[in-house]
Design a protein around this ligand. Structure first.
Ligand SMILES: [Zn+2]
Ligand SMILES: [Zn+2]
Ligand SMILES: [Zn+2]
Ligand SMILES: [Zn+2]
Length: 349
């Protein structure tokens, strides 16, 4: 995003060097409020009023990125919007605007670009140094510009555990004892660190090896929501029957399966299982993994599972579908369908 510096009054608020202190240095004590003080107060007052107008009608926070509105113009941040849709799906109800109860949904609501852009120009406090900056430059400032942002010592990969404000890091690094240590002294730390990377690489190498299997198939699947006919109905997702590697399958998924009431939990996760619909005379073993489907913005971590299917073992246990960003669980629920790509590898006898 382009960095826009807010002109005019907002810069005035930002710039504490032009404050009542300087005016206070004059020989006469200021009886009236200075023009600058008044402008500052009015600026803050305007900011406060704008916050109240532009905030999300559900969480009352200023929206961070996308803003949706119902047909009557009530604003919802992207997080609350997807959450409201997801909750309605879990309760098997039509989702409605929390303000006016009109029907809402992905196609019934629109973005509000004017609000999105206005909010991005409103100032906010840096979480490290407390200076005031427009929201659209704040993230860059906090991540790479702020002198108070927390950084690690440059020698952390050989074991220095120091971390602190960026402005103090060069002083620390001049004194840091780690560059003086011998190779033998830092060897253990380096080994431990590389162990973590090795395990991650092992996971990926396993996938690369599976790609050499003779029988591989990938299928793009759409999971649709259904409800169990128990006394207290439960939401689950299921694909229609599909054929992969000469067998018929159904893929089923559940949300927070171990919990009685997933509505009471904010930490939502998906588990899934493969159900073999064809009859097999001899046991067959498959490796399988789920990836994000094409055109979905939900990222899934590749995790391979293995199961031996046989005549009396036609359902794999529920496996975790690990999300890169756990907050995407609500996005999945808010979507009408979940699009995934299933990759299967058949183990040859
Ligand atoms: Zn909200
Ligand atoms: Zn409304
Ligand atoms: Zn800062
Ligand atoms: Zn250090």
């Amino acid at each position: 995003m382009a960095e826009i510096i807010v002109p005019g009054p907002l810069n005035l608020i930002e710039n504490p060097s032009v404050s009542s202190q300087e005016i206070g240095d004059c020989s006469e004590p200021p009886l009236k409020k200075s023009k600058i003080d008044v402008a500052e107060e009015q600026g803050e007052d305007l900011e406060q009023r704008l916050n109240e107008i532009l905030c999300c009608s559900v969480c009352l926070d200023l929206p961070v990125n996308l803003v949706y509105q119902c047909v009557n113009g009530h604003l919802m941040c992207a997080g609350c919007f997807t959450h409201v849709l997801a909750d309605a799906r879990l309760k098997d109800e039509q989702s409605t605007c929390p303000n006016c109860r009109c029907e809402i949904g992905k196609t019934l609501c629109s973005r509000n670009l004017a609000v999105e852009k206005t909010v991005s120009e409103l100032p906010s406090l840096c979480e490290h140094c407390s200076c005031k900056l427009p929201r659209n430059v704040l993230e860059h400032h906090q991540r790479s510009d702020c002198p108070q942002r927390t950084v690690k010592c440059a020698y952390h990969s050989i074991g220095c555990l120091w971390q602190g404000a960026h402005c103090e890091s060069s002083d620390h690094e001049k004194e840091c004892e780690f560059p003086q240590k011998s190779g033998a002294e830092v060897l253990e730390t380096v080994k431990e660190l590389s162990q973590g990377f090795k395990e991650e690489i092992r996971g990926y190498l396993n996938i690369v090896n599976l790609l050499s299997f003779e029988k591989i198939a990938f299928t793009d699947l759409q999971l649709r929501p259904y409800r169990t006919d128990d006394f207290i109905t439960k939401l689950y997702y299921e694909t229609s029957r599909f054929t992969s590697l000469n067998q018929q399958w159904v893929l089923k998924a559940r949300i927070n399966d171990s919990e009685r009431n997933p509505l009471h939990s904010t930490n939502r996760h998906l588990t899934y299982q493969m159900i073999l619909k064809s009859r097999v005379n001899n046991p067959v073993t498959f490796h399988f993994m789920i990836l994000s489907g094409p055109f979905t913005d939900i990222k899934v971590k590749p995790e391979v599972y293995r199961f031996e299917f046989s005549g009396d073992r036609s359902e794999s246990p529920l496996q975790l579908m690990p999300l890169v960003n756990p907050a995407d669980g609500n996005k999945l629920l808010a979507a009408k369908t979940i699009n995934v790509r299933l990759i299967m590898f058949q183990v040859q006898k």
